[in-house]
Write a protein that binds this ligand. Structure first.
Ligand code: PLP
Length: 474
């Protein structure tokens, strides 16, 4: 036992001799990691502050916190202490048997920080779980309300809401859906076009130049698309509209233009449907906007990666009915309302508040956006630089005039990511699909809220160096 490691690979299951920790300085794709994108991934020894330290080679500057997770940076002793203290009191308690102080305190903190707009909290362990819960609670809410025919959802193309079958069904992410198509319900999930001003508005070359008149025309156009979906499905059958306020993995930090979310909310209100905002990637201080949803899913920066954590926040309309009628949501994971998860999230959120980090996100976010645009805005293969807060994306194109994307087989985004980490020692997040239908390459830059101006400038220099190098070689 323990002598061999069995791991699946493209050619099927294989038996490999197990390496000792000393042997492993660079992993190889032979190890068959289920999501290997890079061959020769560095093996990690430790992470501290804004740096990853591999077992071999120099430290790597963290410009993305994994997938926008590490919002406080790595290895904070105060967070580790808070988690450890909770584990020393009790490590687990079933939500069906006990109320726990960390969950109670976290719920109170979240309710207070939303000014009482969100009134109920379910603590979970992943963004996909929070979205699944949002879908199910929407349906159950309408059953309680006497509208059981409301079982349909409207979401957008080029969106990502999770990896489980319900959350993937509501997602409009072409490449992540494609292998599982037969399992994804086409009946209850309807997709409208993405909100992508860069690619929809042919009169502008970037997401930043939309004029007030073209903005109002654009918003009317997007409202009409959502109205058409309600008409198509029958407005009385729609439970909720599900949106990412700033689209993450599918569209590389694409913010909704001013007024868009309010316009979508107004359509939902007109037809009596709920608005679900998926703030798994862009939320908990990373970006910020002003629309209050009926249900809100958060994760990633919620506990900053110190433990796997997410939550579904329930607004007054749904929570009020539950309260008045004494309803209980028919839903529960074994690890729901886990006290250690709640303790970690609470410690992270209190640190964000205590250290005034939202102010830093605003200041450094503006700097990051400005420097990225200054440094890369004129590059012939950079189509768009967009974002909000500390959430910025760079989209690559073959031709800036036509906005034609590269062939997916070229793997442009992956090449940039590899060059960045291997040669310029900076970690960015990369993806494909931002031009629709699985085409289009992008990277995302999402540093911790504690980042300094000096490190922002260094990130931009290193990332720009990697981009220039890749296109020089292409
Ligand atoms: N929603 C959004 C917007 C996401 O970006 C993600 C993950 O990237 C999810 C949901 C799913 O979260 P998780 O991977 O934690 O299940």
């Amino acid at each position: 036992m323990g002598q061999f490691l069995s791991s699946p690979s493209k050619s099927g299951s294989r038996i490999l001799p197990r390496k000792t920790e000393h042997d492993i300085t660079e992993s190889s794709s032979d190890l068959g990691h289920p999501q290997t994108v890079l061959d020769g991934l560095p093996v990690l020894k430790k992470a501290k502050g804004h740096y990853w330290y591999p077992t071999k080679g120099p430290k790597i500057l963290d410009a993305c916190g994994g997938a926008a997770v590490a919002c406080l940076g790595h290895g904070r002793r105060d967070i580790v202490k808070a988690v450890t203290a909770q584990m020393e009191s009790y490590t687990y308690a079933s939500y069906a048997h006990f109320q726990t102080t960390p969950v109670q305190e976290l719920s109170d903190w979240l309710t207070k920080s939303t000014g009482g707009q969100m009134q109920k909290v379910y603590v979970m362990c992943s963004g996909s779980e929070a979205i699944e819960a949002a879908l199910k609670l929407s349906v159950e809410y309408f059953r309680w309300k006497g509208e059981p025919e409301r079982v349909n959802f409207i979401a957008r193309l080029d969106s990502y809401h999770g990896t489980t079958l319900g959350s993937l069904s509501v997602s409009g992410h072409h490449t992540r859906r494609e292998p599982f198509h037969p399992l994804l319900s086409p009946t209850h999930f309807h997709h409208i076009p993405a909100c992508n001003p860069y690619r929809e508005d042919t009169t502008t070359t970037t997401t930043t130049t939309t004029s007030p008149t073209s903005l109002s025309t654009y918003l009317s156009h997007k409202t009409a698309q959502l109205e058409a979906a309600f008409t198509h499905l029958g407005p009385h059958t729609v439970a909720a509209v599900v949106l990412e306020p700033v689209v993450g993995a599918a569209l590389a930090c694409m913010p909704a233009p001013a007024g868009y979310l309010a316009a979508m909310k107004a359509v939902c209100a007109r037809h009596g449907a709920l608005l679900v905002l998926d703030e798994v990637m862009c939320g908990m201080g990373r970006t910020g906007w002003g629309v209050v949803p009926d249900l809100q899913a958060v994760a990633k920066g919620f506990a900053g990666g110190y433990v796997p954590a997410s939550a579904l926040l329930v607004g007054g309309k749904v929570a009020g009915l539950m309260e008045r009628e004494g309803r209980v949501f028919t839903h529960g994971h074994t690890y729901q309302n886990h006290p250690v998860v709640a303790a970690a999230a609470l410690a992270v959120q209190r640190a964000v508040e205590r250290e005034g980090l939202l102010g830093n996100v605003r200041v450094q976010g503006e700097l990051l956006g400005r420097l990225l645009r200054e440094r890369l805005g004129a590059h012939p293969n950079v189509g768009d630089v967009r974002g909000r807060g500390l959430f910025w994306g760079v989209e690559f194109v073959k031709d800036r005039g036509t906005k034609e994307p590269f062939e997916p087989g070229l793997g442009v985004a992956e090449r940039v990511q590899k060059a960045a980490v291997r040669e310029f020692k900076v970690l960015v997040y990369h993806g494909q699909g931002c031009a629709g239908g699985g085409r289009g390459d992008h990277i995302m830059i999402m540093p911790a809220y504690t980042i300094s101006a000096k490190l922002v400038a260094e990130i931009v220099e290193r990332v720009a160096g990697a981009i220039e190098e890749v296109f020089r070689r292409l």
